[in-house]
Design a binder for this molecule. Structure first.
Ligand code: NAD
Length: 497
């Protein structure tokens, strides 16, 4: 008897006996349960609950909302081990990595606790005789979030805590591939005192997403996932008159200058390329080497490190890297490795034939390294979303910058160097949203905002941080006069100045 994961609507777990799909344990390949895929009617029910909760929540003083967030943060910390185990069982990432994910999510809750400070408006006295003017930032109403499988706890926490702290109510559609941690987190939010209906979670696929996009009640949509779906969400949201931010995929380049501190850079790149089995939108999947000397040393050092990488079950904390999310992902990644060989890249380390004792049916692919990769190869152009690092050799920093700027994605990048002038020039010229200097995963902290350029983000505002306040509120500007008693005013037909 497998367990069925349902929805969380109006503060209650809801099972509808509708369509389902299996949930797998990627470390073993076994089916661990099934998840319901919401029908349009179930999504409408969630939207109706969010709409019903909105008027009272909108009127709740921000400081009272913040008290809920403070309690919620404590509960997340108290239940961290339980949540990380749920993540690891369904996603496959190693427990220590799940812990890092949850901690970055908690940072977003901490930021949300301080949102009353950021909801303060702008005020001008005497914009005219006895006239004052101010702008305030009002909630939108019901807003929706649609999230990917690779950070099942963190990415939802980028969205709904900030949205509800701004006075909105929320319908979340997480990834159907690893749905359990987010449902447990929603229960903890209710335990913290979030009124029922303020946060609703529906599991599902395209039917659920399209219902959210077409709803006249939903005012705004935050999306994180792959670029083709981000583009679809952004177009549909615009066609339906909704505000939208849609974060997409990535191909993140690192640049290694000839003066790089190679030991540190190699350690940084191992974690950034192979951590979470490469299933991170900020994973460093391309190393651009400036000059052959650093390229030869880098490839030799990576090859040696990869030999010591420990691959296995996500639940064994001594492992460095777990499996991919599904059998399809594993086969897709292996297909890219095949293509790289066919297209003439030099395969330095081949992860295709890995076998993990005791976990022979898990979705494992070993760390893979290609050298002498060129710009037209699919292992360079496409987001592989697996443990595959490709080395592209160039002759100058300018060549490296031009290469990166020609790529369709612009999420993250990093330069490794000891040369401040080179680093400064790189930061200025590179067309990428998040840039590291000797920092391999420059994921902004919660009080900055997260967003790429080019086809890595559709929309004007990034996720979390200050941009979230602008995204989840609407500006209203009020101009007010209280005429002094006895003052009579004539008719004015010219434009007020
Ligand atoms: P995905 O695009 O397949 O799915 C994301 C969400 O969209 C899920 O909730 C899914 O149910 C829904 N969805 C899938 N197909 C749909 C369709 N046809 N119509 C409507 N909705 C649909 O992405 P994924 O595989 O879950 O996640 C991996 C991708 O997410 C990678 O491309 C990665 O780079 C990207 N990602 C980006 C960021 C970022 O911040 N830019 C962060 C994390 C992940």
């Amino acid at each position: 008897m497998t367990q069925t994961v349902g929805h969380f609507i109006g503060g209650e777990t809801v099972l509808t006996q509708g369509r389902t799909q299996p949930i797998y344990n990627p470390s073993t390949g076994a089916v661990s349960g099934e998840v319901e895929l919401a029908s349009a009617a179930t999504v409408e029910q969630a939207i109706a609950n969010a709409a019903a909760a909105y008027p009272a929540w909108r009127e709740t003083p921000p400081a009272k909302r913040a008290q809920v967030m403070f309690r919620f943060k404590m509960l997340l910390e108290q239940h961290a081990d339980e949540i990380c185990e749920l993540i690891s069982r369904e996603h496959g990432k190693v427990l220590h990595d799940a812990k890092g994910e949850l901690q970055r999510g908690i940072e977003n809750v901490e930021f949300a606790c301080g949102i009353p400070q950021m909801l303060k408006g702008e005020h001008s006295k005497n914009v005219g005789p006895n006239i004052d003017s101010w702008s305030e930032f009002q909630a939108l109403g019901v807003v929706a979030g649609i999230t990917p499988f690779n950070f099942p706890a963190m990415v939802p926490l980028w969205m709904w805590p900030a949205a509800v702290m701004c006075g909105n109510t929320f319908v979340l559609k997480p990834s159907e591939r690893d749905p359990s941690s987010v449902l447990r987190i929603a229960e903890l939010a209710i335990e913290a005192g979030l009124p029922k209906g303020v946060l609703n979670v529906v599991n599902g696929d395209k039917e659920a997403v399209d219902t959210l996009l077409q709803s006249e009640v939903v005012q705004a949509v935050s999306f994180v996932g792959s670029t083709p779906i981000a583009h679809y969400i952004s177009s549909e949201a615009a066609a339906n008159g909704k505000r939208c931010q849609a974060l997409g995929g990535a191909k993140n380049h690192s640049v290694l200058m000839p003066d790089t501190d190679l030991d540190n850079a190699v350690n940084a790149m191992m974690g950034a390329a192979y951590g979470s089995c490469g299933e991170r939108c900020m994973a460093l999947s391309v190393a651009v080497t400036v000059g052959d000397e650093i390229a030869d040393r880098l490839v030799a050092a990576l090859k040696e490190k990869i030999a010591g990488l420990k691959v296995g079950s996500g639940l064994d904390n001594s492992n460095d890297m777990g499996p991919l999310i599904t059998a399809q992902s594993r086969d897709r990644v292996k297909g890219y490795i095949d293509a790289g060989v066919e297209q003439g890249a030099e395969l330095v380390v081949d992860g295709r034939d890995i076998s993990v004792p005791g976990h022979e049916d898990g979705y494992f692919v070993g760390a893979t390294l290609f050298d002498r990769v060129t710009e037209e190869m699919s292992i360079y152009t496409d987001e592989i979303f697996g443990p595959v690092l490709v080395v592209v050799r160039v002759d100058s920093l300018q060549d490296a910058i031009d290469l990166i700027n020609r790529h369709e994605y612009g999420n993250g990048t990093c330069i490794f160097t000891r040369d401040g002038e080179a680093a400064r020039y790189f930061c200025d010229q590179i067309q990428v949203g998040m840039v590291g200097v000797n920092v391999p995963l420059p994921v902004p902290v919660s009080y900055h905002s997260f967003g790429g350029w080019k086809r890595s983000l559709f929309g004007d505002l990034s996720a979390y941080g200050p941009d979230a306040i602008r995204f989840y509120t609407r500006r209203k500007t009020i101009t007010q006069r209280w005429p002094s008693s006895g003052v009579r005013e004539g008719v004015v037909y010219s434009f007020p100045s």
